[in-house]
Design a binder for this molecule. Structure first.
Ligand code: ATP
Ligand code: MG
Length: 331
């Protein structure tokens, strides 16, 4: 039995977490949840976004899954999500983007995994007003940070027989920071003679991805470019409600959907739980429960192959609960 810490989060977080637990229970997965309310509601009651009990549970279980969290102004946090990634040094943000079922989207057969560096770049929050009219933000890229994400990407390529890694930077302009990230990717690539390193500039990458997304299998990139390109890639396959994510560190991993808390549809029982359920499957794979992960992924794919099951974001009218039950009947 694996014990996993669940952070329910804000907005649609509670609803999609309930959906995930229901599917996992029906699939008889070997998981016991330690469930914590986190985010805005918890902050209103206790003056903190995440309780110490929740942190302790994460540190004990080493594996967590979380719904999206908003970070209200006045909490002392810039972003609770960024804080967690930094606290546990979750350096690799892995986001697989795949075509699913019969979803109407501009492309078919997309299968791109994004490896986004998760701790550096402009996300360190080193920002200041130099004077009233001048704002400054500092971008940090280190050799160590670049090397560990590049290795993670190449190891993944090797394991999954992917013959090309596409490294995305703006090294022609940011010669030091992006230059270093690129240089390190080249060095790491030398240890993987069977895998080609393809170098693309981020502006060109944006165009390539909306014209020929099927040419790309694995994208290795920095924090900010990875953030933007993963929303772009989500758009290629039918939207944010579908894309799972993993934040992986040396000994702790936290799984979460790419989308945010979607306050506009919260509490209405219409959110699409797919992204969180597939994040749960990434978690099962991480825990070595490959069979269970495959069974649930297949049930999700089968459910999304019948348009009658679609939630509103996909053009249908099924509720979160109805969609969840359809997955369960397809298990
Ligand atoms: P946050 O500030 O937490 O990032 P946001 O307002 O940016 O929240 P997102 O969650 O990023 O909202 O969502 C952007 C749009 O996509 C919203 O209109 C939202 O309703 C929709 N959306 C996001 N996730 C889902 C989902 N799982 N199911 C249905 N619609 C979703
Ligand atoms: Mg958002």
């Amino acid at each position: 039995m694996h014990r996993v810490t669940m952070l329910e989060g804000d907005g649609i977080g509670v609803e999609i977490c309930a959906s995930l637990r229901k599917v996992f229970r029906a699939a008889e997965v070997n998981i016991q949840w330690d469930i914590y309310q986190t985010g805005e509601k918890h902050f209103e009651k206790h003056g903190e976004l995440i309780s110490d009990d929740c942190f302790n549970s994460l540190e004990k279980n080493k594996v967590g899954i979380k719904g999206p969290m908003t970070t209200p102004i006045g909490t002392g946090f810039r972003s609770a999500n960024v804080f967690l990634r930094k606290k546990y040094d979750l350096f690799a943000n892995v986001r697989p983007v795949k075509s699913l079922g019969k979803i109407d989207s501009k492309f078919e057969n997309i299968d791109i995994t994004i490896f986004r560096e998760n701790t550096e770049d402009l996300y360190q929050g080193i920002e200041e007003m130099e004077d009233e009219n001048t704002a400054k933000s500092i971008k940090i890229i280190t050799r160590k940070g670049s090397e560990r994400i590049a290795k993670e990407a190449f190891e993944f390529a090797k394991k999954n027989n992917i013959e090309k890694v596409t490294v995305v930077t703006k090294a022609n302009i940011m010669k030091f920071t992006d230059g270093l990230f690129l240089e390190v990717a080249r060095e790491v690539a030398k240890n993987y003679p069977g895998i080609k390193l393809e170098e693309v500039l981020v502006d060109n990458m944006a165009m390539q991805l909306v014209m020929y997304p099927e040419r790309y299998k694995l994208i290795l990139t920095e924090n900010l470019y990875g953030d933007i390109l993963s929303d772009l890639c989500a758009g290629l396959v039918g939207g944010l409600g579908l894309i799972p994510g993993a934040n992986i560190g040396k000994d702790i991993a936290i799984f979460e959907p790419v989308h945010g808390s979607a306050p506009d549809i919260a509490g209405k029982n219409i959110a699409n739980p797919t992204a969180l359920i597939l994040s749960g499957c990434l978690m099962l794979e991480y825990l070595g429960e490959i069979e269970a992960a495959t069974r649930i992924k297949n049930a999700v794919d089968k459910t999304l192959s019948d348009k009658n099951n679609f939630t509103r974001d996909l053009g249908g009218n099924k509720s979160t609960e109805e969609f969840t039950d359809a997955i369960i009947s397809n298990l």
